[in-house]
Design a binder for this molecule. Structure first.
Ligand code: NAD
Length: 451
């Protein structure tokens, strides 16, 4: 099928690359000249496993900034632009609506065309997109038939391509059967898994065929928000339990393992630590609360998930204060800046927030990240902070280290070498990555979360 993907960020680029690998003819559209230049040179502007390899040998994929040309003969047009938070927490859908307007101007093929909203959008946005496009096409006698589908995305950054090729489910919300049939065709090879896995992304051995959830657009829009809010509150729940574990002397890792073995609970998203961040959970929980507010409805559980999450940053600061007493003038190294391992995304990252809090308290902050340093440098341009080339350099003369992102690289650190380099060997393990006994045996004053 001929597909245009509008917006080639984390979601759009991953979708475009995967669909092209599955032999669709794909055009990716973006307005950001820096991204376009890289993409047209076959390079990925973001860090995701397998992306560079698949970009480089893909004859079915090209990139442009010309929406009209890209959608002219497309059968499917996927909107994957950003939906950031407005100051009041509501989702800003202006990029989606602008993209819809540009699509409407460009549509001219014989049709039918299916316009798909993949961006995370509040209920009613699919209807608004349909209205924007229909209004432009109304006056044109040659206008093709246009159908609409909501197709929320559930990928996890750090495993974006893997989760696109091997999703748990594909959700399609549509009013017309024709749109459902088109979407089923688009995803046919993923739904049936009738493709040879790309070399860097083998099919997980226990993987089972994904379920197609065919529903109405409003329910599809809600499925996305309800899923993200649930995952966010699962993490906040274990963080709340971790706080009590700290007080009663239980180990939250043991508690989470014991809980997660219950199939009704499941083991994922039960890692206690610094809390969640990133470009989705903070804005999507805020958007859900804002949507509820429009109906005079309160969602105290979602609100509590956000409050507990915010408290976790303070928990780390209190643990540092407990170990060092005075933070002003101390040298603190923060290990990891990406909001989670496997990505270079630092948007709304808890590590960056922690850096700002520590700097505000008068500490000299050093930072290191194996992948996200460049993006973090832009975000922290207004903060006095030293970027270090490696953790050992960061540890020289430091009063404490805080682990903020559980990169695999950090697992292999020689802890005794860190002890030799630090002024006071305090490690606050904000992700419970290290074994306390091992860290203590190496000579570190180890402080975990809930253990
Ligand atoms: P992003 O900011 O990485 O990418 C958005 C891209 O759209 C940017 O490159 C921007 O230049 C481009 N763009 C904006 N307006 C455009 C236009 N009119 N024409 C062409 N390009 C345009 O965003 P993202 O992280 O990929 O997220 C996109 C959407 O998917 C959001 O609604 C987000 O909530 C949702 N989502 C994100 C994730 C994730 O993990 N990042 C997961 C699921 C869903």
């Amino acid at each position: 099928m001929k597909v245009a993907v509008i917006g080639t960020g984390y979601v759009g680029l991953t979708t475009a690359v995967a669909l092209a690998y599955l032999d669709h003819e794909v055009v990716g559209v973006d307005k950001d000249p820096r991204k376009l230049e890289l993409l047209q040179a076959g390079k990925s502007p973001i860090h995701e496993k397998g992306l560079d390899e698949l970009l480089q040998r893909n004859g079915h994929l090209r990139f442009t900034d010309d929406t009209a040309a890209a959608v002219a003969d497309a059968q499917v047009v996927i909107i994957a632009v950003g939906t950031p938070s407005r100051p009041d927490g509501s989702a800003d859908v202006s990029f989606v609506e602008a993209a819809a307007g540009e699509i409407a101007q460009g549509i001219c093929g014989p049709g039918p065309v299916t316009v798909v909203v993949k961006s995370t959008v509040p209920v009613g946005t699919n209807q608004r997109v349909a209205n924007v496009i229909r209004r432009v096409l109304e006056g044109r006698p040659d206008a093709p038939k246009v159908n609409f589908a909501s197709n929320p995305e559930f990928l996890r950054e750090g495993r974006a391509l893997e989760e696109t090729f091997y999703p748990d489910r594909v959700v399609i919300g549509a009013w017309e059967d024709e749109a459902r049939v088109t979407m089923r065709r688009l995803y046919d090879r993923i739904l049936s898994q009738s493709f040879t896995p790309p070399a860097p992304l083998p099919r997980p051995t226990t993987y089972q065929l994904p379920v197609l959830v065919a529903t109405d657009p409003t329910s599809a829009e809600m499925i996305k928000y309800a899923s993200n809010a649930f995952l966010a509150l699962k993490i906040s729940y274990i963080n709340e339990i971790a706080g009590l574990c700290d007080r009663v002397g239980a180990d939250v890792k043991e508690v989470a393992t014991g809980m997660g073995l219950d199939r009704r609970i499941g083991p994922l998203f039960l890692g206690a630590g610094l809390g969640w961040g990133g470009s989705c959970f903070p804005k999507d929980t805020a958007a859900l609360l804002s949507l509820a507010g429009e109906y005079g409805y309160t969602m105290p559980i979602v609100q509590a998930a956000r409050d507990v999450n915010q408290r976790q940053r303070q928990v780390i600061v209190e643990k540092l204060q407990g170990a060092l007493k005075v933070l002003r003038g101390r040298v603190v190294g923060v290990m990891g800046l990406a909001f989670k391992p496997g990505t270079d995304d630092v948007r709304d990252g808890p590590a960056l927030e922690l850096v700002r809090i520590l700097q505000g308290l008068g500490a000299h902050v050093r930072v290191h990240d194996p992948c996200a340093a460049e993006n973090a440098r832009r975000e922290l341009a207004d903060v006095e902070v030293d970027f270090c080339a490696d953790v050992y350099t960061m540890a020289e003369g430091a009063d404490a280290l805080v682990l903020a992102t559980e990169w695999d690289e950090y697992r292999g650190l020689r802890l005794s070498r860190l002890v030799g380099l630090m002024k006071t060997p305090v490690l606050v393990d904000g992700r419970n990555l290290f074994e306390p006994e091992v860290a203590r045996a190496a000579g570190l004053t180890y402080v975990g979360i809930g253990r």
